[in-house]
Write a protein that binds this ligand. Structure first.
Ligand code: MOS
Length: 692
């Protein structure tokens, strides 16, 4: 960064926000002190498709303490309805079960909730359809998939290559519908001050929320102030604004002079904040007797809503993982009467590595090649579909180091060969990957605050990842001062703008911007700054961006035990080795990787949003029934990384650690379960009935 070896980057200072969080003094969006707030509770549609024919609010309004009720009949018109998800109360159409049809504002949270239950909603119901299947005849090809990626790709002649391959695989895999469940529910505290809107919002990007709120409400962005110092998790569900934030602003306007608080209930989160679309993945592979792939094909089907398109980029990892001259990938969508899908930790890569990584295990087994060795034999020299060189690619090192640490060499490859006290024991492996992303739009400011002391300002977000700490580390090294001599400010639109905390892009985008601001500061003030010295810089372009393919890689190893009689599945051991460039803060990076792997275990064994197609909603919409791995499910998870020096990703040489941990975990567990039992499960989650 300064040409000097890093002094603070690479060390593990504790979270600067840790004491405030564990002592309960950190203010989340719902904890902000505002004077005498009112509370908002939402009323949701109880039909998946139809037209609102009546919203009778008389009983609700009559309740003591009710201040206002918003409905499509009474709510003011919004300036923009282009984003249908945010167009609260602008239409009488019901597009999914759980859509907000009214909002009650009352003196207390309890009154608001009671009054909401008194709102009589009548819906002229139409037949709905929430059934995802690859056999639907109305599947369509979106113009592009998320991130602007191509919908379909084609190289060589996969059909002929498959026909001539001595070993082939043609299987269909499915991943389930998953709901983002951060600990902190989505919450907004809203107030109007002299015509300006102030939002304390639980968000992965204050500037993103500001831009959306300003557009929808018809305000100049400088009249919208979004503040979010702390977030209790998001996993992508706070990466794009959702309708409750707009409704909070509308509700505050409906009760002039009164701030409002709106906290979604856990159950409401299951239809209002996005979720991971289920996927159907047809994988076809062909290889020779040595396990060298000749053809790779993936046809992925996922769902979107009827009112707003979300095209999960399921095939992206297949386009860059393994060498093979003949390849094909396609994405198709079914537009259903469902809530709008959105981001959930490693969208694209997480579901998109399940089918292919189980398929690789199946094919390796079929041709008698060890699955670690199989992956190594198909390691590409350049990114397979783009032909670009990798800025660095250390998948092989991860596989080898993982195999060594895990004790892979001792493994008898025969399925169902090991039984201990009624438990069938197996081990499995899968690869993982995640792209290095850089998002435009950030600006950082550096201010001199006294001899050797600096203030660094950028509107970045810390959704629990540790950005408060890691960005200060990067700033300290860039400035050549101690960690404690940097004061960082993030999480407020009063600060210079920043891109969203998404796509594991935060450290790359904000860190590069901070380094550029320090350089601008040096250029202007040299080594002798004085009172009032400050400099700003925007995120610099990375000349390597178009030239190199930049991805993090990893190898996941799992031990699985399946009970011979009951089918109960346990995962006593998970071990991941990752190549993620330079690690800014090992304590925080390990936490991200272990957290991702744990979420992958949860996906493999438990998580599954069960849709009742008769009614069109997720029936297990709370923590009693939507099972997430608990401590007892996760006995031993280890995350390691290999030394990796990537000169191309950014000035720090980082690659992002927030999402890669979840990628491949479920496949490693499914592969281990096959090794344990001889039963190949191709549909998540791996519930006990599959093994009986
Ligand atoms: Mo992440 S799903 O990109 O917030």
């Amino acid at each position: 960064m300064t040409g000097l070896p890093p002094r603070v980057v690479g060390r593990s200072p504790r979270r600067v926000d840790g004491p405030a969080k564990v002592t309960g003094t950190a203010r989340y969006a719902g904890d902000q002190h505002v004077v005498d707030p009112a509370h908002v509770h939402l009323v949701q549609a109880e039909a998946a498709r139809g037209v609102l024919s009546g919203v009778d609010v008389d009983a609700a309004v009559a309740l003591d303490g009710v201040l206002a009720v918003l409905t499509p009949d009474s709510a003011p018109r919004l300036a923009s309805t282009e984003d249908a998800e945010l167009a609260a109360f602008q239409s009488h159409d019901v597009a999914f079960r759980g859509q907000v049809v009214a909002a009650v504002v009352a003196r207390t949270r309890e009154t608001a909730r009671e009054a909401a239950a008194l709102v009589r909603v009548t819906i002229d119901q139409r037949p709905h359809d929430v059934h995802l299947s690859a056999d639907r005849d109305d599947l369509y090809a979106p113009e592009q998939v998320n991130g602007g990626a191509e919908t379909d790709t084609w190289r060589g002649d996969p059909g002929t290559a498959l026909a001539h391959s001595p070993f082939t695989l043609d299987q269909t895999y499915t991943t389930a519908w998953y709901n983002n469940n951060p600990m902190e529910p989505h919450t907004t505290t809203a107030l109007w001050l002299d015509g300006d809107l102030v939002l304390y919002d639980s968000t992965q990007g204050v500037h993103t929320t500001r831009a959306a709120a300003a557009e929808v409400l018809g305000l100049a962005p400088e009249h919208v102030h979004v503040i979010c110092p702390h977030v209790g998790g998001g996993f992508g569900s706070k990466g794009t604004p959702h309708v409750h934030t707009i409704i909070a602003a509308m509700a505050a306007r409906a009760v002039p002079g009164t701030p409002v608080k709106l906290a979604l209930t856990r159950q409401q989160m299951f239809s209002l904040v996005g979720y991971r679309t289920p996927t159907v993945q047809r994988v076809r592979l062909g290889c020779d007797a040595d396990g060298v792939l000749a053809a790779v094909a993936l046809d992925a089907v996922s769902q979107t809503s009827r009112v707003k398109e979300f095209a999960e980029q399921t095939c992206l990892p297949t386009r860059m993982m393994y060498a093979a001259p003949n390849r094909r990938t396609t994405h198709r969508l079914a537009a259903l009467d469902v809530p709008v899908p959105a981001w959930m930790r490693a969208p694209g890569e997480c579901p998109g590595m399940f089918g292919p990584e189980v398929a690789v295990d199946e094919l390796a087994h079929a041709c008698g090649v060890d699955p670690v060795e199989f992956r190594i034999r198909n390691e590409p020299d350049v990114e397979p579909e783009s032909g670009k060189p990798f800025s660095s690619r250390n998948l092989v090192a991860c596989l080898r180091e993982g195999a060594r640490r895990f004790g892979w060499a001792d493994r008898d490859p025969t399925p169902r060969a090991r039984e201990e006290a009624g438990w069938l024991v197996g081990t499995g492996v899968a690869a993982s990957t995640y792209p290095v992303s850089r998002m435009p739009g950030s600006v950082a400011e550096v201010r001199w605050t006294g001899p050797g002391r600096y203030l660094v300002r950028i509107g970045a977000a810390d959704l629990g990842t540790g950005a408060w700490t890691s960005l200060a580390q990067i700033a300290a090294d860039a400035l050549g001062v101690d960690f404690n001599d940097v004061e960082l400010r993030i999480g407020d639109t009063a600060l210079p703008p920043a891109s969203v905390a998404g796509g594991s892009s935060g450290t790359t985008s904000w860190g590069s911007t901070i380094v550029a601001a320090v350089e601008a500061f040096r250029e202007e003030f040299g080594d002798d700054p004085a009172e009032g010295a400050r400099a700003r810089a925007g995120m610099p372009d990375n000349p390597a961006d178009g030239t190199y393919a930049m991805h993090a890689f990893g190898a996941q190893f799992a031990e699985v035990r399946v009970h011979r009689d009951t089918g109960e599945v346990r995962v006593p051991r998970l071990l991941g080795v990752f190549a993620v460039g330079r690690v800014v803060n090992p304590r925080l990076a390990r936490s991200q990787l272990v957290g991702g792997m744990t979420m992958g275990l949860s996906m493999a064994l438990h998580e599954h949003s069960v849709v009742d197609e008769r009614f069109g909603h997720v029936v297990n919409h709370d923590f009693a029934e939507y099972h997430i791995a608990t401590n007892a499910d996760v006995p031993h998870v280890e995350a390691h990384w290999v030394e990796e020096h990537d000169p191309h990703t950014n000035p720090m040489g980082t690659k992002g650690v927030g999402e890669i941990g979840i990628v491949g975990t479920a496949a490693a567990i499914a592969n281990a379960a096959h090794h344990a039992t001889g039963v190949r499960v191709r549909d998540l989650p791996l519930t006990l009935d599959r093994f009986l």
